[in-house]
Design a protein around this ligand. Structure first.
Ligand code: UT7
Length: 322
């Protein structure tokens, strides 16, 4: 990983303003989640806009020319185009030598993307990869559902990965369990339409996000420490070797609970959930871009990153910041 960048839309909705929309309060949201505000994309902002801005920033940070990008991976659950949005990002960047495709693993998308990118790099197939995590969940939230609308925000983050003699992905563990899919969904609901006699199709629409918060919370605080420990084991490291714990920014209470279970002190926990809420696939690279920009993370630091969310999917990756 040799460069990182982030992008967030400008309009900010704080908890006080949100309390005018649904029956909630700043106090409830802050004490249950740690969130104070979220950035939301206006109707004239596209996923391509946010993803391209983050990718461009990461390329500049890495000092890598756009023409040398071999692969663009876009982790998202909220594409502009269901056929794929990564190629639109490729066109926007002018990365004409790259191949680009989307990858969907909800809030685990960045971690799944990181491991996918590493396989191409290790195999020698590609030399330079841009991995983007970007989501505009505000378009899929039911803004009358106080159990979910308080949580989410929009944004994008990106990293540039390059094949290197010293492999910086030290260990990983990816998991999914479709039996638990119903805890967190953004599902398609077909509406039967008869075209001609005996031919009925299902042209419906996607329903807003549904979440069983308590179950997802329970799942996160039990499963995430386990995959981090497995990834550490594969890396030949222990929790004492971790300089930074970089979790999907879903809820401050989850960050704290996972750190406590692993015995990692709070000062090693990276958190920006207060300012952005849960930005899904964007949350890990967005938080990384902030701590790199403010100099908290130093070259050589070991980062334990983990994502979790719909699918259900979850996974951890231990890497060394270049
Ligand atoms: O990226 C995907 C991963 N997603 C997550 O990580 C989310 C995981 N889950 C959570 O973060 C938490 O479950 C929530 C923050 C969503 C909810 O916190 P909680 O402490 O689990 O609250 P709860 O769902 O148990 O609800 C407690 C009470 C309920 O009232 P009753 O039934 O006890 O009378 C809710 O109706 O709080 C009520 N409530 C609210 N009150 C004020 C639920 N949402 C709100 C709200 N404002 N926004």
């Amino acid at each position: 990983m040799i460069g990182v960048g982030g992008a967030t839309p400008l309009p900010v909705l704080d908890n006080h303003a949100l309390s005018a929309l649904v029956d909630t309060s700043d106090d409830w949201i802050r004490s249950r989640t740690g969130i104070t505000q979220r950035h939301l994309a206006s109707s004239d902002v596209s996923l391509v806009d946010l993803a391209s801005e983050a990718a461009q920033a990461a390329l500049v940070h890495a000092g890598v020319a756009t023409e040398s990008v071999d692969l663009i991976l876009l982790a998202t659950s909220t594409p502009d185009d269901l056929f794929g949005t990564a190629s639109l990002v490729q066109a926007r960047l002018g990365a004409h030598n790259a191949v680009a495709f989307d990858l969907t693993a909800a809030c685990s998308g960045f971690i799944f993307g990181l491991v996918t990118a590493a396989q191409y790099l290790r195999a020698g197939t590609y030399r330079t990869v841009v991995l983007i995590g970007a989501d505009i969940l505000s378009r899929w939230v039911d803004w009358s559902d106080r159990r979910t609308c308080i949580l989410f925000g929009d944004g994008a983050g990106a990293v540039v990965l390059q094949a290197d003699a010293t492999d910086q992905l030290l260990g990983f563990e990816l998991r999914s369990d479709g039996r638990l899919n119903h805890y967190l969904t953004l599902g398609y609901e077909p509406d039967p339409q008869t075209l001609v006699e005996s031919v009925t199709i299902g042209q419906g629409k996607f329903k807003p996000i549904f979440m069983n918060g308590r179950e997802v919370y329970r799942f996160a605080v039990t499963q995430v420490p386990e995959v981090i420990e497995k990834a550490l084991f594969r890396a030949g490291l222990t929790t004492d070797d971790i300089d930074w714990l970089l979790l999907h920014q879903a809820n401050q209470r989850i960050l704290d609970a996972v750190a406590d279970r692993l015995g990692i002190p709070r000062e090693k926990v990276i958190s920006n959930v207060s300012d952005y809420g849960n930005t899904s696939a964007a949350s890990i690279p967005l938080a990384l871009s902030e701590v790199v920009a403010n100099g908290q993370i130093k070259p050589g630091d070991v980062v334990a990153a983990a994502g979790f969310g719909a699918g259900l999917t979850w996974g951890a990756a231990i890497f060394r910041w270049h």
